[in-house]
Design a protein around this ligand. Sequence first.
Ligand code: ZN
Length: 226
Amino acid sequence: MNNNSLKPCPFCGGNGVRKLIKPYRKIKGRGQSYLAIIGCETIGCTVEVSQAGFTREDAWNYAESRWNNRATKGTVRGNDIEKAIEILKRKTTIPNKDESWTDIDKAYDAAISALEAQQTNSWVPVTERLPEAEKEVEVTIERRMENKTYRFTCRAFYEDGTIRNDDSGFNWNDYDDMEYDEEHDDYRVSEGWFEAVTYAEEFAVIGDFVVAWRPISEPWKEEKSC
Ligand SMILES: [Zn+2]
């Protein structure tokens, strides 16, 4: 293992190091996967990337290429938006001669609501947080071919492994990968990601890596004119 191939931290210039590798999700039909984390060595700097792979080496390689290619400038993170909203809410700017306090209020409100909209639409990495079980979300999926990797999106839902057949909002009758729960004499839906379909009769197991999710967008509505 060497850290020489890692570029310095984009934020503080500190050394990039391989921090951790651990067993990650079992993906249906593909087996055990691993999660590798590479981060900045500087104490107090929390910059890191994580990436999953089907072997340890695979995970390290993907994490390394993500670390070396990560966006440096102009990346607005969820925490930054939250902080910006907090600051904007104080509305501390004073009006120019040709402006009123109402103009200032409106400007702040516009900025805040634009940021809030962006916040609800932002992607959440699965390593950070998972969605509520069985709630339909949009996901970014990463597919690995020989030497290529590409990403696409689809609608999906997550099962956290605790929901029993009787309580599930989905029909699992034709699905055989269930875990028997003796205590409740019922089957539990095993943990994993499933594609959510609107018109098809059956949903499918997602056999690639789900890397991030976000709430599905609201349907379009005509704007009302007053
Ligand atoms: Zn750093």
